[in-house]
Design a binder for this molecule. Structure first.
Ligand SMILES: [Zn+2]
Length: 55
């Protein structure tokens, strides 16, 4: 699972496909309701606020 900013979305998608060998589901963070999960406050690859969830 990756939580990434706009700049690193492509990298997250690439890595996901490499690791799991299937296309990921992509969500915008503000559109998913997070009940049991506190979203990370920074991108997986940098310190920017994340925008997308790749699972
Ligand atoms: Zn980033």
């Amino acid at each position: 699972m990756y939580v990434v900013c706009r700049d690193h979305l492509e990298r997250a998608l690439d890595e996901f496909v490499e690791i799991y060998e299937m296309p990921p589901d992509l969500y915008e963070l503000e559109q998913v309701s997070l009940t049991d999960w506190a979203a990370p406050t920074t991108c997986t690859f940098c310190d920017k606020p994340p925008k997308y969830l790749v699972v």
